[in-house]
Design a protein around this ligand. Structure first.
Ligand code: ATR
Length: 278
């Protein structure tokens, strides 16, 4: 079997996904390719997708910005988690039928639990989600799926946080100001916004001054790896979790959907860290 894989989105020339999936193919000794399929938003998405589906060459592909929602009408089936999130980042071509999945949130949880397995036995800890956009949504659903009971969302726009929490009665909402004062109560803090990403490396969504020393602070930003908020968490004696691992584990889960093989991650994790550190 030759796996024809790829990524659709725009702009994606600098995506790390081809690098990751080529490593997976090498490691699992499967034959295949992973190509970049840029669809310019100025062109017809419908035309491009219908052509892709008609050719049926791809065995599977990832979907990224700005098409994670737009792809949904072209799917034949959608998995439960992706349906709940309302966004698809992975498509499997099963005998000409397209099945949509979302591996972001589950991938994020895999990465976090691999690094901090103790979190598996502590589902009653207070969890703070910073942000209420697409990334937060995927992670929130994965946290709920894993059985975390006490989740608070804090976001710049309260309305957006409330909209995200609405479907989940057990999820609380606070403003960024309120959360700064209450930060000591949280044992797991997940930063899901782009705040702190290059070139705004000094930006921090909140201050962690009175954080619990036992807390784990996780950031999904991976450029730079050591973001300002992670630096502060470390200075306060808390544990940290870098953003690149979400990228790796969402890719691992996608690769598994396509090939039924689960690549080994530890060496790759170190390698990607070095690539990102330059
Ligand atoms: P993504 O899909 O990457 O999550 P998104 O859906 O646009 O992107 O969401 C961006 C998130 O980052 C939102 O939570 C946004 O806050 P608002 O809902 O208030 O806009 C948050 N965000 C972006 N820039 C921010 C900033 N400078 N300060 C605080 N929050 C910010």
């Amino acid at each position: 079997m030759n796996y024809e894989l790829g990524l659709i989105g725009y702009p994606i020339k600098h995506s790390l996904s081809p690098w990751i999936h080529k490593r997976f193919l090498e490691q699992t000794k499967l034959n295949g390719t992973y190509s970049i399929i840029e669809i310019n938003p100025a062109d017809s998405f419908q035309k491009a997708i219908e052509q892709l589906k008609g050719e049926s060459k791809l065995n599977g592909f990832n979907v990224t910005v700005p098409y994670k929602e737009k792809i949904i009408p072209y799917l034949d089936e959608i998995d439960e988690q992706a349906k709940r999130i309302g966004a698809v980042n992975t498509v499997l071509n099963k005998n000409g039928k397209w099945i949509g999945y979302n591996t972001d949130g589950i991938g994020y949880m895999r990465a976090l639990l691999h690094k901090y397995p103790e979190l598996m036995n502590n589902k009653d800890i207070e969890v703070l989600l910073l942000g209420a956009g697409g990334a937060a949504k995927g992670i929130l659903h994965a946290l709920l799926h894993h059985g975390y009971e006490n989740i608070t969302i804090a976001n710049r726009s309260l309305q957006r946080a409330e909209a995200l929490a609405l479907a989940n009665e057990s999820v609380k909402v606070l403003s960024l100001n309120e959360i700064e004062k209450a930060i000591g109560s949280y044992r797991l803090i997940i930063q899901t916004t782009s705040v702190g990403m290059k070139p705004n490396e000094s930006a921090k969504i909140i201050s962690l001054q009175s954080i619990d020393e036992q807390a784990i602070v996780s950031d999904i930003v991976y450029q730079p790896l050591m973001t300002a908020i992670l630096k502060e968490a470390k200075q306060q004696g808390a544990k940290i979790h870098f953003g690149h691992s979400m990228l790796l584990y969402q890719a691992q889960y996608a690769f598994e959907i396509w090939t039924n093989e689960r690549p080994e991650m530890d060496a790759l994790d170190e390698e990607l860290k070095k690539v990102l550190e330059g």
